[in-house]
Design a protein around this ligand. Structure first.
Ligand SMILES: [Zn+2]
Length: 162
């Protein structure tokens, strides 16, 4: 791709390439952009402490009782900030999944991976990667949330068929 891009840059004066699907001309910027996210986790530290101990800790609204996952600082229903931290059960039922073949550059070190949504027994839905062969599961499959270490070195939760 980059050889053709260089050729087009010299010939046409612009870094352009036709889109693989539509054939429409696209500007491919010659500058590479690196982004490092810096996000405060001060309000959700118990969630990270939970993951370190293999637990799912999330927030529950003290007023209406709604459970949120991932944790929320405020209840979107009540517009209140009175939340409490609770541990939720790590089991649920698979609802849907999709396999990501075209990975974003930040996940380029991974083989195609499966992203799934499960409804936890305690109520909230969870979006996470699914471990194992996606052809071996169907909606309705029981799953457990397990904490594992990603290739990048950090802890993350994933869904594991049980
Ligand atoms: Zn509420």
């Amino acid at each position: 791709m980059f050889e053709q891009l260089k050729k087009n840059l010299e010939e046409f004066g612009f870094p352009v390439l036709p889109d693989e699907k539509t054939g429409e001309l696209q500007w491919i910027d010659v500058r590479e952009l690196k982004i490092r996210y810096i996000i405060s986790i001060n309000n959700i530290k118990p969630f990270f402490d939970g993951l370190r101990n293999g637990k799912l800790i999330t927030t529950k609204c003290k007023k209406c009782g709604e459970l949120y996952f991932p944790p929320q600082k405020d209840c979107p229903k009540c517009k209140m900030s009175e939340m409490e931290w609770v541990e939720i059960k790590r089991e649920g039922t698979l609802e849907t999944l999709t396999v990501i073949f075209v990975r974003p550059p930040s996940f380029g070190v991974y083989d195609p991976y499966t992203v799934a949504i499960a409804k936890l027994d305690d109520g909230p839905r969870i979006l996470a990667w699914l471990r194992g062969d996606p052809r071996q599961v169907r909606p309705g499959q029981r799953v457990r949330v397990e904490v594992s270490r990603r290739k990048e070195g950090y802890l993350m939760y994933e869904l594991v068929p049980i």
